[in-house]
Ligand binder design. Sequence first.
Ligand code: AR6
Length: 344
Amino acid sequence: MPLIIVRNDITHMQVDAIVNAANPSLLGGGGVDGAIHRAAGPGLLAECRTLGGCRVGEAKLTGGYNLPSRYVIHTVGPVWQGGSRGEAQALAACYRNALQLAIARGFETVAFPLISAGVYGYPRAEAFQVATGTIQAFLQQQELHVYLVLFDRDSFVIGAQRYRDIAAYIDDCYAGAHSDPRAQQRRRAALLECAPAESAPLCAPSAASFPAAAAEPPAAAYPGLRAALRRLDESFTQMLLRKIDESGMTDAQCYKRANISRKLFSKIRSDPHYRPSKPTALAFAIALQLPLEETRSLLAKAGFALSHASVADIIVEYFISHGNYDILQINEALFAFDQSLLGC
Ligand code: AR6
């Protein structure tokens, strides 16, 4: 189900199918079309000649030849003519038809470029909105991993104003976290006091610091341990399932909002002691619209914290504190600041 935005050359994507932003002849061209034909080799052009072209908004399938992807879905985006000539509908049709073709062929992973946003002149921010909106709507009904592959490093995905706001928020948080020189001195002094006198490697315990192989089960060797283990706090999985029930959402609504695949969610649900990655735990906090304190509690269940030493954490905190729980927008911001995305 997830939509994943990545910065890459689409010809390097190892997926079931990459999508080509072609022209109606399907006989090659510049931009991503040229790159795909170069990487696939002459077999691709030979197969394209048999297809009889492709109309705007339609999608046709070929093999991937020398590409790492098994197939190529060719689609033709609209040429930008000012926006009032049905461009948005035509562009949305490109994504929908390519996605339907992928589902019909049983594909699990598909990668799209930003169709029409190059030679065809569609304004990039608007092309991006059509792409993400159409893919998201499709993924509400279908299970598929969709990559939106952006070639250029660009803040357009979140808009200049929001980019500036988040950058300012990050600056403030960093300033807050790093502007107390006395605290910094105390931390340094504490670190120096703990430093080993000799040049023993930090954090690498010597063999002698491990107890010899236990003759009896560990819990029996430490009185009270078994009882303490029975009093374990609510686990991540337990808290997650409780929060889903309290929210009134179904499981499927929750994992879809979290941009998490059904497979991963099933794994988490069936294991009371599952340890998710931090992006996964955060994605659920966002899907459940947890306020900051509860987000911290859910993260703590998985052994993580929200830290002002992490740009990604500050960005997530920015969105939560602004009451914005749209995971796509959060991921767009993380992408714009070169951070790992939530969910997946
Ligand atoms: N990987 C990912 N994205 C890429 C790559 C790449 N290797 N190369 C370019 N892009 P365009 P269009 C991005 O012009 O606007 C061709 O001549 C690029 O930065 O390839 O639909 C066809 O034959 C941009 O964001 O496609 C048609 O005549 C996006 O891909 C015409 O161009 C689309 O740019 C189609 O124009």
